[in-house]
Design a protein around this ligand. Structure first.
Ligand code: ADP
Ligand code: MG
Length: 234
């Protein structure tokens, strides 16, 4: 699913990643750990094709990402990758529900207004192919239920707690059913109880959505939620 071979990355004289290689299987949940400054964000940005390594290769779903550029990269990201950040990065002028719909609105060229109900009316099976905007909206409604945000999804992000905002960000990241979810310190702003809840939810979502998850954390305790663990040295 993800294959990283011999990647290195420096910023000026500072070598952040050196000859790093690993593979991640489909459906696996992997933690990247290491102290602050060890290169976790750098690695996730490279995996997410938001940055390039100085040398080495990243292959995702059989595609060598160094062969893509410009529009191809943007399309590849939309089709294959969902991003979750430490701060939820929801757009403040939209409701949580509109935030969840936005990737689909962009992908299908549809306005987010007018899709007012977040209540599922139909069920889309996870193995069913989604090929229309309406099906995607239906899937987003299911994500609202899965993420247990039904009661708060019509509010604006500033009216939500940190844990609720992060659950909305999860639903948004999964809205186009990416095969790879990259989460950079998804629990970094949360108290221990919320951090555990968010990790449990991430685990549930990866099982239901059958996606691969690579997350970074400096909290070694959270690796008990993951299948394996890549440790970056400081
Ligand atoms: P982590 O996420 O583990 O805290 P980062 O990947 O953010 O680590 O950063 C690793 C190192 O690279 C840090 O020393 C950081 O200051 C440096 N760094 C990250 N991005 C840049 C950049 N764009 N330019 C210069 N240095 C950078
Ligand atoms: Mg970081």
């Amino acid at each position: 699913m993800v294959s990283v071979s011999h990647i290195s990355k420096s910023y000026g004289p500072l070598q952040v990643l050196r000859d790093l290689s690993f593979t991640v299987s489909k459906g696996e949940m992997v933690a990247v750990t290491g102290p602050s400054g060890s290169g976790k964000t750098t690695l996730l940005q490279i995996l997410g094709t938001l940055d390039r390594p100085d040398s080495g290769q990243v292959v995702i779903n059989g595609v060598s990402t160094d062969t893509l550029d410009g529009d191809q990269l943007a399309r590849f990201r939309n089709q294959h990758i969902g991003f979750i950040f430490q701060d939820s990065r929801l757009l403040p002028e939209f409701t949580a529900w509109e935030n969840i719909l936005l990737p689909a609105c962009i992908a299908y060229g549809v306005s987010p207004s007018g899709h007012t109900s977040a209540t599922p009316t139909d069920t889309i099976a996870t193995e069913q192919e989604i090929s229309t905007f309406e099906q995607t909206v239906q899937w987003c409604r299911q994500l609202v239920e899965l993420c247990n945000i039904h009661d708060c999804v019509m509010r604006q992000p500033r009216q939500l707690s940190g844990g609720q905002q992060q659950r909305v960000a999860f639903a948004r990241a999964l809205s186009l059913r990416p095969s790879l979810v990259l989460a950079d310190e998804p629990t970094g702003n949360l108290d221990p109880e919320n951090a555990e809840n968010v990790m449990t939810l991430l685990n549930k979502l990866r099982t239901i959505c059958r996606c691969t998850v690579i997350l970074s954390t400096h909290n070694l305790e959270l690796t008990r939620f993951t299948d394996s663990h890549i440790r970056l040295a400081s």
